[in-house]
Design a protein. Sequence first.
Length: 256
Amino acid sequence: MQTAALPRWLVSGAPRSPAPKLYCFAHGGGSATEYLRWARNLPGAELHAVQLPGRGTRLNEPVFTSMDTLVEGVLANVPFGTAPYAFFGHSLGSLIAYEITRALRTADRPLPARLVVSGYPAPHMPYASQELHTLPDDELIEAVSRIHGGIPEEVLASEELRELTATALRADYRILETYSWRADEPLSLPITVFGGLADHVTAEQLQAWQELTTGEVTVRQFPGDHFYLREQPAPVLRSLAGALRTVPTQERRAPC
């Protein structure tokens, strides 16, 4: 376990022991810092956002270009530990959180007590790849902005910011568009599924997460599109806080 690398890998809110830890995974092209604003509004959790190479303070580090190497990198450098914790991921971050959970199970390491996924179809469903990662920078940014939105106007207006954003987007879309789901035994943990009512991800695709676990699955959709959680964060955070109340704290943890 490479704990020396930890400061590079996690952007964290204030310590809140014995509250459970919540590890967040950003959307394609996104940065961990987006989740920091959540920390003060989730008093029932200690927030840690995973910062992947190639963005934020890790801008000059080589990016991951496959799901396997990304998962290996996270597991080698982020010590999730044995205390109760949960995962949250939005869009591509949902797929990353799911695959890390499966890799933890394979490695016989403690799993999150709950998986919260957002704005992403169940991974075993067919995915129509558009090969966006092969587009030139400007075309890539424009395509992502048209399909998903979420790219700030200041990025679209700045040549330098567009170039930096395109690097992270290209890496993440290559991961997404070369990903192939591998059949395995379903997980055995509860999954909470969020989505936007106006998003291109359908209610059927969200409901299909039920097929990937024997645990309870709760699906809730909110007003808004793919980035509904930015548009009206308050109800999303209330629902997230409710889901996290089922995660035991260290004080309430059942005896082994």
